[in-house]
Design a protein around this ligand. Sequence first.
Ligand SMILES: *Cc1c(COP(=O)(O)O)cnc(C)c1O
Length: 400
Amino acid sequence: MVAERGLGTVAEEPVVRMGETQAGVTRPSVSPIYQTTAFDVPDLDVLQQLYAGQVTGDIYTRDSNPGMRALAQSVAALEGTEAGAVFASGMGSLGSIFLTLLSAGDHVLAAQSLYGKTLQLASRMQRFNIAVSAFDVGDPQQLAQQLRPETKFVLVETVANPLLEVADIERLASAAGAVPLIVDSTFTTPELIRPCSLGAAAVIHSASKYLNGHGDVMLGVAAGSQQLMSRLNETASIFGQNANPFECWLTLRGLRTLPLRMQQLCRTTCELARFLSVHPAVERVYHPSLQQHPSHELASRLYPRGTGGIIAIELRTGGADGVATVNRFLRAVPQLPFSPTLADARTTLSHPALTSHRFLSAAARAEAGISDALVRISVGLEPLELLQQEFDRGLRSLLS
Ligand SMILES: *Cc1c(COP(=O)(O)O)cnc(C)c1O
């Protein structure tokens, strides 16, 4: 103890060494967030054992952290795979796959209906002398014909945005043969389908969407073999695509209610799709539960529990401008917010022509079936009756 004038007794322990938490004889009911950059290692023998994988532990959070490992293991268990990995965002998981599996001179085969940013990622690869070609998910033969000796993987989504074309994963995996099929299952989650049990080599998710499910996280995950996940994790660490402890903690919390959320969403969504399909202000409804949807039969077989919470509707314009019609609808129901994401706990609306598909030419949008009057609905956890009332109010405003 050193006494200084005016300061009383100065503690021997400098303040930077204070504040270590002590759990005592109890344990926290919820795992804490390990908000730490690095982990203190007792000695160099333990350090060597950690690097050799002989003991479990973390060294530096960019590589691993208890929360990141817990989430990766949970996702692997849900997907029925050996291992999982976590990334800064859904794009981080895709970016890691591209950077891990591809070298100059290689080729990737991508479904033409992929998420807009994923298509952008694929086309950026061409700068590094990586060839990318697109195929129609509905035609596995096209996939087989486009395979090349240098094709390193095939990339598809379980259910495509926004018209909800369903991929026949088993047939696509078999058409791809020895080339790994990578499946983006963001729209469907392991609650509705497990792509790796149908022949996919790996599955990825934007956990910013349903896995977290509360609209407050940016995170990506992957699941597959231990070997592939270790390689992806290493790439993520090198290129800085790593997740962080807080987002993992939030996602682990969200994940606990995934089964309940997906069950309710699937039920509400099917009922709402049926309601909208007979509404006089709606030109067309896209949802695989409806008989007129091109993927209806495949979806009934592959998705006995439903295809998730997305519906697309084309508003009846009566010859008016599509964007103006959507604007009238949006202004009539502020309770159904426009929000360019999906899988929030609330119901949200988006407009593919001016968001995900805005960089396509008008002709390419028309070819893809994305009209200016198309609205994408991400159904939330509100009661069905309330949603029916609100959609009805917005849609009726178009008829007056
Ligand atoms: C949102 C989304 C992504 C990208 O995920 P982020 O977490 O936003 O980076 C990838 N694929 C699909 C199908 C998505 O919906």
